[in-house]
Design a protein. Structure first.
Length: 111
């Protein structure tokens, strides 16, 4: 925990992100690297009946660490995704969902 789910980005780019984001995210999340998961979710976007029109979207599921940390994480993720895509002007959506520790179980036990 935390979990990042990435859509709209090639699998090899997500794989590269898992290396470049690991250390800075550990610092911001204040957790070891093996607590962070980064998942590539294949997706197809459509616009007006045609394939296309999508852009990278990153969902962050985490235990809330405050707005200041959330802002830093969103900037870090955005800049890393833009660097991977090779275009600073690429739109990147970062969607943050704060989880309630009482509703998150690991090995049958909640946090």
């Amino acid at each position: 925990m935390p979990h990042l789910r990435v859509r709209g980005l090639a699998v090899e780019h997500v794989q590269a992100l898992s290396k470049t984001l690991s250390a800075p995210l550990c610092q911001l999340f204040d957790c070891p690297a093996d607590h962070i998961t980064i998942e590539a979710i294949p997706s197809t976007f459509f616009y007006q009946g045609q394939e296309g029109g999508g852009y990278p979207m990153v969902e962050l599921l985490w235990f809330d660490r405050g707005l200041a940390v959330q802002d830093q994480v969103a900037r870090l993720i955005t800049e890393a995704v833009q660097a991977q895509s090779g275009a600073k002007e690429t739109d990147v959506a970062v969607i943050v969902t704060a989880l309630d520790p009482r509703h998150y179980y690991e090995n049958g036990e909640h946090f």
